[in-house]
Design a protein. Structure first.
Length: 263
């Protein structure tokens, strides 16, 4: 009986040791900071200048869209980071109150690396992911393939956050839907084509090109822009999402949602 008791005690100690090691490993993994994020957060001194350049690009874009015909725009990742630094607390105050701060992106030519620092209680980590961007057959609906979602170096299951992403985006005025594919969920984000400052509208995006450090957009504006929509480059083909059909998938049916949260 004593031998059995000793063995059970030994097994319990081993299990506790393994759990402690696993917990320590998980905590250490969450402390990892992606290299691109560490570099991007060190560029804070140039944020004001980048914001001024972004405002100039936006003003030029508004002038271009105010004319009938084609338009083009280019935004560097530094300009986008300057915009994000102001938009996160302004458009998503709830996230800011929960501990999200210092959002940053880096465009490497094929995809966008995105990250945000999250501090809440004892949690202090950097949430990061990679984003591939494609147009769709619907004007101004952009397909975003989110991958490699992590807290530090610890992988996170994207499926668990779909409902939360949809709700938070809606609070910030963004329409996000999901296309369920064999390779994972694709976020479908609708970019507003109407703006009171546009003389000719709608403004339709027809190309999205990522190069190292910048994003280039182009399209057409005017009454015929939607009918003449001809997207260029990689085009995401819908799988579960049905354009023009009333949505039957409620937010409450998405992973990460409760039944009481129906939009």
């Amino acid at each position: 009986m004593r031998k059995l008791s000793k063995r059970l005690t030994l097994v319990a100690l081993v299990i506790m040791g393994l759990i402690s090691c696993s917990s320590w490993w998980a905590v250490q993994q969450t402390k990892h900071v992606p290299d691109f994020y560490a570099r991007a957060t060190q560029q804070g001194a140039s944020t004001h200048l980048a914001r001024e350049r972004l405002d100039a690009e936006v003003r030029q874009l508004q002038k271009d869209v105010a004319r009938l015909g084609s338009w083009r725009a280019a935004f560097s990742d530094q300009q986008i980071n300057a915009w994000l630094a102001e938009e996160l607390p302004a458009k998503f105050p709830r996230l800011a109150r929960c501990g999200a701060k210092q959002p940053r992106i880096m465009i490497d030519g094929e995809k966008i690396h995105a990250a945000v620092q999250f501090q809440h209680g004892r949690i202090d980590t950097v949430i990061s992911c990679e984003v591939n961007v494609e147009l769709t057959q619907q004007p101004n609906m952009i397909a975003l393939r989110l991958s490699n979602l992590r807290a530090g170096a610890l992988p996170l299951p994207l499926q668990n956050f779909l409902g939360g992403i949809t709700r938070e985006a809606a609070r910030g005025g963004l329409d996000v839907r999901w296309d369920m594919t064999e390779t994972g969920p694709i976020a479908l984000v609708t970019i507003p084509s109407e703006d009171p400052r546009y003389v000719y509208r709608p403004a339709v995006i027809e190309t999205v090109n990522l190069v190292r450090g910048a994003m280039y957009l182009s399209g057409h504006a005017g009454d015929e822009a939607v009918d003449a929509f001809m997207p260029s480059g990689p085009l995401h083909q819908f799988v579960s999402y049905k354009p023009g059909k009333k949505e039957t998938l409620q937010v409450s049916q998405l992973p990460g949602s409760s039944r009481s949260e129906i939009r």
